[in-house]
Design a protein around this ligand. Structure first.
Ligand code: NAD
Length: 470
């Protein structure tokens, strides 16, 4: 197995993401031998923790995965804590010294990953200090992993990108969209690459419509303050939905460069007018449920009484390419919906004499599986392909998204991360929608908690003679 000597510096080490996702992901890489004795983690955050306390936090976050408490202890002994304020130059000088020391102690060959699990307003200042205080290593690699949100519109994303680029080149920046690390999504890309039979029918010639749904049953809960500055469009559509859309509609790249193929798709997003946005996009905000047990969005303590922030968006996207120009791609995401559900449904045309399925449903949540709707006679070939790539055993043992993405970052494998050009194209499209919506005040709330969104979302498809499958 390839060894991965590396120093991971984690900003935001006391946060929710770190303890819920990142420590378990690193632990799995450790258990599988990708991280062996030659790795170290520096955790930084504002709180004045000691190394010992940090170890106890790391141990408890991986305890359910560990085969023994000794295994968890051994793993946690690689972790070092540095109390840190992102704006304080002296702290970066300390960070540089500790990095050098750990590099020598663990023989890390100058390989460094800087993981920014902090609020986005800190990304620029951290990158600048890492460069100015000379924290980046001169040998080995320096990779930067950043979390969403990457800006809140095109302009802010561009400013952020410019700030990051003063310290890191594009190929050193790994923008996380954890959907891209999910086993189903990984397998989907692989399946498309390997199977011309399936690849050949993934075109508008055979497909009636595609439906991408990311429905959440949970409400915004304690994230109301954040959500008020974001909304469903920016929080889910700009990143996860458009990334999934790009993966399913891209031309499978012969050279394996998935990022370039996704950029091509995202550059074909329609240049809708305000009128088209009114016609093709629906926004919603949840009210309370019919039993009055789930409160309305506006009742959240961090939300304005008359908030016009959308907690639901549905839309019809028509790509401008020859492959897809007459095929509607319907997308939908929302909070406080009837059930948690993430899927990509492909509905095929009924072409006389053709041997293609009626539909394929790639379910990502609540569980991962594929449903093929097809006549007996035509199912054999497609069922065999789908069974090969999406069998339950493989899906269940596949690495969890963060584990896969951190390993990819160590392997200089950037296909499962978003390139700047993808982010830029996505924001330009989302800005069009936002600008059109800003011209009118919506009548909210317009859907009940516990439903699949406003009626207008169903009507959007009915106008075209279609309906949501889920
Ligand atoms: P959190 O609020 O739980 O943690 C934030 C961390 O930042 C803490 O460790 C805190 O000490 C540190 N911090 C804050 N101000 C600081 C300062 N001035 N100097 C140094 N450190 C400072 O947040 P989180 O949920 O862990 O999320 C972190 C980032 O990841 C955010 O950008 C968030 O949008 C993104 N994200 C989180 C999740 C998730 O599941 N939690 C999912 C996707 C993206």
């Amino acid at each position: 197995m390839k060894k991965h000597p590396v120093l991971i510096t984690l900003f935001g080490a006391t946060g929710d993401l770190a303890s819920r996702k990142l420590y378990p992901a690193l632990f799995k890489l450790y258990q599988k031998g990708f991280l062996a004795e030659d790795f170290a983690v520096i955790g930084t955050a504002r709180r004045p923790w000691t190394d010992e306390y940090f170890h106890s936090v790391v141990e408890s976050s991986v305890s359910s995965l560990a085969t023994s408490s000794n295994e968890a202890k051994q793993f946690a002994s690689h972790f070092y804590y540095l109390s840190h304020n992102v704006n304080d130059t002296n702290h970066y000088i300390k960070l540089k010294e500790l990095s050098k020391e750990l590099d020598n102690r663990y023989q890390l060959q100058g390989n460094r990953i800087f993981y920014l699990a902090v609020a986005p307003q800190f990304f620029g200042v951290i990158a600048k200090h890492l460069k100015d205080q000379d924290v980046l290593s001169k040998v080995g690699y320096n990779h930067l992993i950043i979390e969403k949100p990457f800006g809140h519109d095109y302009q802010s994303a561009e400013e952020l990108n410019t700030a990051l680029r003063t310290a890191f080149k594009e190929e050193q920046i790994y923008r996380i969209d954890h959907y891209l690390g999910k086993p189903m999504i990984q397998q989907l890309a692989l399946m498309r690459k390997d199977n011309t039979a399936l690849e050949n029918i993934l075109t508008g010639e055979y497909i009636k419509n595609i439906q991408i749904t990311l429905a959440e049953e949970v409400s915004v809960e304690e994230r109301g303050g954040y959500y008020e500055t974001s909304g469903a469009l920016r929080d889910m559509l700009q990143n996860h939905i458009l990334q999934v859309l790009a993966l399913i509609t891209m031309d499978t790249p012969l050279d394996g460069n998935i990022r370039k193929a996704k950029i091509n798709v995202l550059n074909q997003l329609p240049n809708y007018t305000n009128e088209e946005i009114t016609e093709y996009f629906v926004r919603g905000q949840y009210g309370e449920d019919s039993a009055h047990t789930k409160p309305a969005y506006r009742a959240n303590e961090h939300v304005a009484n008359e908030s016009t922030v959308e907690t639901f968006v549905a839309g019809k996207i028509s790509l401008q390419s020859n492959r897809w120009k007459n095929t509607p791609i319907y997308v939908r995401t929302g909070k406080s919906m009837a059930h948690k559900h993430t899927s990509i449904v492909i509905q095929f045309k009924e072409l006389p004499g053709s041997e293609i399925p009626r539909s394929i449903n790639f379910m990502i949540a609540p569980d991962e599986r594929v449903q093929l709707d097809s006549s007996e006679a035509t199912s054999t070939l497609y069922r065999a392909i789908l069974n090969k790539y999406f069998n339950q055993k493989e899906l269940q043992t596949a690495p969890e998204a963060y584990e896969k993405l951190i390993l990819d970052c160590m392997n200089h494998e950037s296909n499962s991360f978003s390139a700047w050009e993808e982010v830029a194209a996505s924001w330009k499209f989302v800005d069009l929608i936002r600008d059109a919506w800003n011209k009118e005040t919506p009548s909210f709330p317009n859907y009940q908690s516990g439903t699949m969104g406003p009626i207008a979302s169903d009507k959007l498809l009915e106008k075209d003679g279609h309906q949501w499958i889920i």
